[in-house]
Design a protein around this ligand. Sequence first.
Ligand code: RNT
Ligand code: ZN
Length: 421
Amino acid sequence: MNKSIQGAYQLAKERYAELGIDTDVALEQLKQIPISIHCWQGDDVGGFEVAEAGSSGGGIMATGNYPGRARTPEELRADLDEALSLIPGTHRLNLHACYMETDGEFIDRDQIKPEHFKNWVEWAKAKGMGMDFNPTFFAHSKADSGFTLSSNNDDIRNFWIAHGKACRKISEYMGKELGTPSVMNIWIPDGFKDIPVDRNGARARLKASLDEMCAEKVSPQYHLDAVESKLFGLGSESCVVGSHEFYMGYALKNNLLLCLDTGHFHPTEVVSDKISSVLQFVDEILLHVSRPVRWDSDHVVTYNEELLAIAQEIIRNKFQDRVHIGLDFFDASINRIAAWVIGSRNMLKALCAALLEPSEQLKTLENEGNYTSRLAILEEQKFLPVAAVWDYYCAQQNVPVGLAWLNEVEKYEKNILNKRD
Ligand code: RNT
Ligand code: ZN
């Protein structure tokens, strides 16, 4: 390892030791936290479905047309390989059902089977990675009305229930094959563009559909169901059927995971404040870490105060086993591999910083009512040499230190991405 990285780390180690923090222990803990990296940043939520493929549509949309989008599963896996080689640690792959591989054959979503995901599973297995999964309830002719599981058309509703059931089998297969439960997240675009008069009807149908879809018990050793709410979306500006209250209630009643997407709440609400509330009542949650800009805009995650606050909530409360961390953003206006790398590294940096906090000392001060010292330490720690610890971690994990990863992405862009049409 480079001498200056090591030297800086030694100095940082001493500095943190003064606060009672062992940086080696912190890095050992960081290594144990997997991030579920979303496949859909790599191709603008396109997927590889035959016939029904196309725009992301149905309530979400990636904007931009940066060259080099992955067009095939092989390209997407190669791009993920590149991104993973630049992100320290062992992580998970979060796959959407529309990334099925059907050998050129049209297989509708109610008919998909584990075999259509075999290549992904083999790919993950070879790397010792776990996988998470998502039914795809959008970008399909049967979602064009804007309603899926809450549709008032029985054919449509039953089709999507069948899709959900098929996906739970696939998720179970992933969990079995990879030896770690697959978290299957349910997000639907259903909602009303303009003011509805029968919100209740739609919500009652959604509840009935979820009950039917999730009726079969699957071992939590292999598969976990999660439900994701949203405040509003494209085409569901006036009412989202799967609102926060709806899914919070559903998760509590049925003992499912609640998924909190950081871009799915009112702009002054923060997910960091919700974690310790919902974890009083649900066993586990899934996070979709994104970056909202004015609305649900799915920007690349930056190292900002809220990201740090989320990491602090997880680490301070030792919630690592109860919070599944997934990323959810899609930016097609910049190099897509860089987007993955920036967002993932930021999530890890925030966890690294949180692991270096003297949280027990801070809690004691708070309990004693010593808010002066609490604030002083919180502010002081912002300027401690966390970067030296992070750099050392990257070097130790054999990934580029500092901005060196960007050179790798630029090389890949020149040699690989720019050769794609
Ligand atoms: C959409 C939700 C959902 C999707 C992914 C692709 O608003 O955030 O999680 O982004 O399923
Ligand atoms: Zn999300």
